[in-house]
Write a protein that binds this ligand. Structure first.
Ligand code: FAD
Ligand code: MG
Ligand code: MG
Ligand code: MG
Ligand code: MG
Length: 551
């Protein structure tokens, strides 16, 4: 009954009697998608779902636009404006995709099955568990917050990962202000309640601190005039600077701006314990210090989900910290399993592992040496397969192969321009140091989801053309290129309608105009017209009436 729209009906499970007359359609392979975040949702939206029997499993029946979560904490944007029900997304795809609100707790790659559990109902055994089998499994379950086992964090700190977290933070900020206003508190206790601590000076922690500061100075100070001077925001970072993943200019600007805003940026401090009333941090110079606080948000990084850790042990990745895939996003040694987004990392193939093979392919005339031209001919393919080579040449300011050859030969032998295998190895011996790990961002997860969907849409072609260690010109037209990340830039909203942006080519832009760029980019990136409308109207409402402080 679900399959209603036109052409798709033909693919639905055929009724028993009519089956004989219908043209025999090949059995569609089962694709199971775990997770409805950035990776999973982008994969689904780009997948040709007529080709597969698609099932989606996630404990969350909606997609959340995480970059706007910090705005939810201050009420700039409403929670419902940044979520899109997954069933609405699936409906647009033709309505025959199955969704189950459940979480996967075990992957069984030998039998190609996953174990799931729903807490919405129970089966005959009295639990909510069920088994699902797959031909292809797309793991897009994201990461968990990492507390580094710091005592008291789970019990006493807020995280900022899910929509519920943002709502809780907002309520907690309001509670702190109301508590600090109670008649029977003394000054010390009011101060304690109005001390907001953010642990972690990465993009999320910084943006949250900035948006909290805006909320306090622009809205709450008017509503709580008698206690507003007691408010303090601290940002604690273990490294020497905040926003270390950004250009130095952005880091400096952010630190200066926070300084002027009165946000206490404590760099070089490591939080070692959190109790109900105080946060204890450590600095080599000062030793342990404990500060009372009213509310704390923990945002120091991400870790691997426990069931993924178990899965990694099963498939011989027990010694790794993050699930590794190859550049086609396939989990190695694990037929039919793919992983994208924050739950996985690409294990970039090293040039030095394949150096003999590369040499053999490049040496077209089988002379046992490579000329500049021979290397030149395979260079584009090498760049695609091993992006670190291009990064290396750039970092050494080499203008291509001639420079590379010269570097291997040494100046003395400039005339001889052929490399033997040893010299070729020497020339490329340092390139693998340029291997880059991709950041855990929505940008990476969604590009991976899109890439993988395209691969799935062309899977038939590709099965007949499996890929080799390097793509050889003229061969394998249907073969997929490895996944390649295109960095479109990154924003760091700093409050007061000012944002910093680091755009491709190390373009830096900071200030009010960048804030407008931010507004337009995030309006554009919304997943539907409905959420786009809601977000823009939230922003407009905020401009006119300020933030809503009722909770
Ligand atoms: P997620 O989006 O986290 O999705 C994981 C999905 O898996 C969820 O639906 C979850 O419910 C589901 N799941 C969990 N466990 C299971 C299970 N056992 N079985 C089945 N399903 C499961 N990135 C940017 O690029 N720009 C930004 O401005 C930005 N801002 C951010 C702000 C905040 C506050 C946060 C928290 C993150 C931000 N990010 C940003 C990072 C970005 O959100 C993540 O990198 C991205 O969500 C990763 O996508 P994912 O699909 O891997 O995981
Ligand atoms: Mg996902
Ligand atoms: Mg998400
Ligand atoms: Mg990743
Ligand atoms: Mg040769």
């Amino acid at each position: 009954a679900a399959a209603s729209s036109g052409g798709l009906v033909a693919y639905a499970d055929s009724g028993s009697d009519a089956a004989v007359e219908k043209p025999q359609l090949p059995q569609r392979k089962k694709v199971i998608v775990l997770g409805t975040g950035w990776g999973g949702t982008t994969f689904l939206r780009n997948l040709d779902t007529r080709l597969y029997d698609v099932q989606v499993i996630s404990p969350r029946n909606y997609f959340a636009f995480t970059p706007l979560l910090p705005s939810v904490t201050s009420g700039t944007v409403e929670p419902r404006s940044i979520v899109e029900p997954i069933r609405r997304i699936l409906e647009k795809k033709g309505g025959e995709i199955k969704f189950w609100e459940a979480e996967c707790f075990k992957i069984d790659p030998q039998n190609k099955k996953i174990h799931c559990r729903s807490n919405l109902g129970t089966n005959l055994d009295g639990n909510g568990e069920f088994l699902v089998d797959y031909d292809y499994l797309v793991v897009a379950v994201g990461a968990r917050t990492n507390t580094f086992n710091t005592p008291g964090v789970v019990e006493n700190c807020h995280f900022l990962k899910e929509v519920e977290d943002a709502q809780k933070i907002r309520r907690s900020v309001m509670d702190c202000f109301e508590r600090a206003s109670l008649p029977f508190l003394d000054e010390e206790e009011r101060k304690k309640n109005l001390h907001f601590v953010v642990v972690g000076g990465g993009p999320t922690g910084v943006e949250f601190a900035a948006s909290l500061h805006d909320f306090v100075t622009e809205d709450l100070s008017k509503l709580y005039p008698s206690i507003q001077h007691l408010v303090k925001i601290s940002l604690i970072e273990a490294a020497d600077h905040i926003l270390t993943m950004f250009d130095k200019r952005i880091t400096n600007f952010a630190e200066d701006k926070f300084g002027r805003d009165g946000i206490d940026v404590k760099t070089g401090y490591k939080v070692v314990k959190v109790s109900k009333d105080a946060i204890t941090m450590q600095n080599p110079a000062t030793g342990d210090i404990s500060v009372p606080y009213g509310m704390a948000v923990w945002s120091t990084g991400i870790g691997t989900r426990p069931f993924i850790v178990e899965f990694m042990k099963q498939i011989g990745q027990g010694n790794r910290r993050v699930l590794a895939t190859d550049e086609w996003l396939r989990v190695r040694e694990c037929d039919g399993v793919y992983a994208i987004g924050d739950c996985a990392t690409i294990n970039q193939r090293r040039v030095m592992e394949d150096i003999s093979e590369i040499f053999r392919v490049a040496d077209k005339d089988k002379s046992g040496t490579l000329t500049v031209k021979e290397i030149q001919d395979v260079l584009d393919d090498i760049y695609v397969r091993y992006p670190q080579v291009q990064l290396y040449l750039k970092s050494k300011q080499m203008n291509g192969v001639a420079d590379l050859v010269r570097s291997a030969k040494g100046d003395a032998e400039k005339e001889s321009v052929e490399l033997n295998i040893e010299e070729f190895k020497k020339a490329l011996s340092l390139v693998d140091s340029q291997v880059k790990f991709l950041p855990a961002t929505a940008q990476v997860a969604s590009q991976q989801g899109q890439y993988l969907a395209r691969c799935f849409n062309k899977m038939k072609d590709a099965e007949e053309h499996p890929e080799g260690p390097i793509r050889i010109r003229g061969e394998g037209r249907h073969r997929f290129l490895p996944f390649r990340y295109r960095h479109l830039g990154q924003f760091a909203p700093l409050g007061g309608e000012q944002t910093a942006a680091q755009l491709p080519g190390d373009w830096i832009s900071i200030g009010h105009s960048t804030q407008w760029l931010w507004y337009s980019v995030y309006a554009t990136k919304q997943i539907s017209w409905r959420t786009r409308m809601l977000v823009v109207s939230d922003w407009t409402r905020r401009f006119i009436f300020g933030r809503d402080s009722s909770c």
